[in-house]
Design a protein around this ligand. Structure first.
Ligand SMILES: Cc1cc2nc3c(=O)[nH]c(=O)nc-3n(C[C@H](O)[C@H](O)[C@H](O)COP(=O)(O)OP(=O)(O)OC[C@H]3O[C@@H](n4cnc5c(N)ncnc54)[C@H](O)[C@@H]3O)c2cc1C
Length: 399
C-alpha cells in the first residue's frame, strides 16, 4: 500500500532533477538535496540522443530544449592522421524519422536550467541547495538524511533514498558500501568559444565533428543556439593533479594536437581557457540497491563518454525509477527497487561496454586505424546507424 513519505534524492544533477520532475508529475512528493549553493554547470556541451530526448520531450521540455539546443544535420567522422572524411552519418530529420525524437546538442547549463525551471514549478518538490550531508541512514521503515544547511542542522525523512550524486557518489560509498570511482587512464579537455568570427572552411557549422587519432580524439559541435562552439578532446594520459577537474594549460593541449590536420589545430587554438577532467568510471561491482536505498546515474554506472550516453542513461534511469515509485514508497518497495536495478543494470552494462569499445577503436593508430577506417566505410552510414538502434530506439515501459 502506498505511504505518504517523500522520496529523498541526493544530488540535483541531470539524474536527480529528471527523477524529481517525473515523480512530481506522477503525484509523488520529493525532497531533493544538493551540496552546491547554486546549480551552475561547467562551460561544456552535451549530446542528447533520441532515447533521452524522447523522455524530455514527453515531459513537455521540447520547446525549451529546441530554443537553445541545436539539431545537427550530421556527424562527420574524420581520420586524425590524414584529415580525410571517413563517413558522414545523417542526424537531423533522419533521426526524427527513424526514432520519432531528435538528436540534440546543447549546453549543459541550458539542459540543467530547463530541468530546474520545470522542477521549480512543481509544488510536490522541495529543493534544498547548499546542504552538507553528514549522515545517511536506511532502516526498515524509511531513510534519514542529516546534515547542515546554512550552518543549521537539518534532517530529512523519506520512504526511499535515491543516490544521484554523480560518479564520486557519497551515497555509493557510505550507504551501499561501494568503492571509490576508478580513473580510466584518459583525460577529457573541454572548452567553448564564441562562434562569431570563426571561419570554419573545413566543416559545416551545423555538423558535429568527430576526429579519430592515435591515443586521442576530438569532438566539436555548436551550442547556445549556434553562438558557441563546444570542444571535447579525450587523450590517453596519466592523472597527477589534485582533484578531478582542474584548469587545463592551453599550451599542453595545443602540443598534444600539434601534428593533427590544420582544421583541428585551428579549432584547438581558439579557446582562451580549457578545463581538464579525469575520466572516471563507477566500479563495476557497485551494488545498485540496499534495502530502501537505490543509486541512479553516474553514481552507479558512470562510464566513459565515448557513446555520449552517460546523461542519457541517467535520464532513462530517472524515468524508469519514477514508474516504479509511482505506486508509493511503502509495502513491497524493496522488491520493486531490486526489479528496477536488475533491468537497468543489464542495459547500462551493455552501453558502458560499448563506450569502452569505442574508446579503444577511436584511439587506434597506424595500420589498425587504416583497417578501422576501411571497415567503417565498408559498413556505410545506414548500417552504422542501424547498429545504434538498440540504444537510440529504447523507450521506457508504459506507466
Ligand atoms: C567530457 C564528457 C563529455 C560527456 N558528454 C556526454 C554526452 O555528450 N552525452 C551524454 O549523455 N553524457 C555525456 N557525458 C556524461 C554526463 O555528463 C554524465 O553522465 C551526467 O552528467 C551524469 O548525471 P548525474 O546526474 O548522474 O551526475 P552529475 O551530473 O555529476 O550530478 C551529480 C549532482 O550531485 C551533487 N552532489 C555530489 N555529491 C554530493 C553530496 N555529497 N551531497 C549532495 N549533492 C552532491 C553534485 O553537486 C551534482 O549536482 C559526458 C561526460 C564527460 C566527462
Amino acid at each position: 500500500m502506498p505511504d505518504h513519505l517523500p522520496v529523498v534524492v541526493v544530488g540535483a544533477g541531470i539524474a536527480g532533477l529528471t527523477l524529481s520532475l517525473c515523480l512530481a508529475r506522477a503525484g509523488v512528493r520529493v525532497t531533493v538535496i544538493d551540496r552546491a549553493q547554486e546549480l551552475r554547470e561547467v562551460g561544456a556541451g552535451l549530446q542528447l540522443s533520441p532515447n533521452a530526448s524522447a523522455i524530455l520531450f514527453h515531459l513537455g521540455l521540447g520547446s525549451a530544449l529546441d530554443a537553445t539546443g541545436i539539431r545537427p544535420e550530421a556527424i562527420a567522422i574524420r581520420d586524425g592522421a590524414s584529415g580525410r572524411l571517413i563517413l558522414r552519418l545523417p542526424l537531423g530529420e533522419a533521426m526524427v524519422e527513424r526514432y520519432g525524437a531528435p538528436y540534440i546538442v546543447i549546453h549543459r547549463a541550458d539542459l540543467q536550467g530547463t530541468l530546474l525551471a520545470a522542477v521549480e514549478q512543481e509544488p510536490r518538490v522541495s529543493l534544498h541547495l547548499g546542504v552538507d550531508i553528514d549522515s545517511l541512514q536506511e532502516d526498515e521503515a524509511g531513510v534519514t538524511v542529516a546534515g547542515r544547511e546554512a550552518g543549521q542542522p537539518v534532517e530529512f525523512r523519506g520512504g526511499v533514498l535515491v543516490g544521484a550524486d554523480g560518479v564520486r557518489s557519497m551515497v555509493r560509498e557510505k550507504v551501499m558500501g561501494g568503492r571509490p570511482a576508478v580513473y580510466t587512464g584518459r583525460t577529457a579537455w573541454r572548452a567553448t568559444f564564441k562562434a562569431e568570427g570563426f571561419v570554419a572552411q573545413s566543416f559545416r557549422h551545423n555538423e558535429t565533428g568527430l576526429w579519430l587519432g592515435r591515443h586521442a580524439h576530438l569532438v566539436h559541435y555548436a551550442i547556445d543556439a549556434g553562438r558557441e562552439i563546444n570542444l571535447v578532446a579525450a587523450i590517453d594520459d596519466v592523472w597527477n593533479d589534485d582533484g578531478w577537474d582542474v584548469p587545463g594549460d592551453p599550451e599542453q593541449i595545443r602540443a598534444a594536437f600539434a601534428r593533427w590536420p590544420e582544421p583541428v589545430r585551428k579549432l584547438i587554438a581558439m579557446p582562451e581557457s580549457w578545463r581538464k577532467w579525469a575520466l572516471c568510471e563507477a566500479p563495476r561491482d557497485t551494488p545498485w540497491t540496499r534495502g530502501r536505498a537505490v543509486l541512479i546515474g553516474d553514481a552507479v554506472h558512470g562510464m566513459p563518454p565515448f557513446v555520449a550516453q552517460g546523461a542519457a542513461m541517467a535520464i532513462e534511469d530517472a524515468r524508469v525509477l519514477s514508474g516504479v515509485l509511482a505506486s508509493g514508497t511503502g509495502g513491497d518497495v524493496e522488491e520493486r527497487l531490486s526489479g528496477f536495478a536488475e533491468g537497468r543494470k543489464a542495459r547500462t552494462d551493455k552501453v558502458a561496454a560499448a563506450a569502452r569499445r569505442n574508446g579503444r577503436i577511436y584511439h587506434l593508430g597506424g595500420a589498425a586505424a587504416k583497417a578501422r577506417n576501411l571497415g567503417m566505410r565498408a559498413l556505410g552510414a545506414e548500417r552504422l546507424i542501424a547498429g545504434m538502434d538498440w540504444i537510440y530506439g529504447w523507450r521506457p515501459p508504459e506507466g
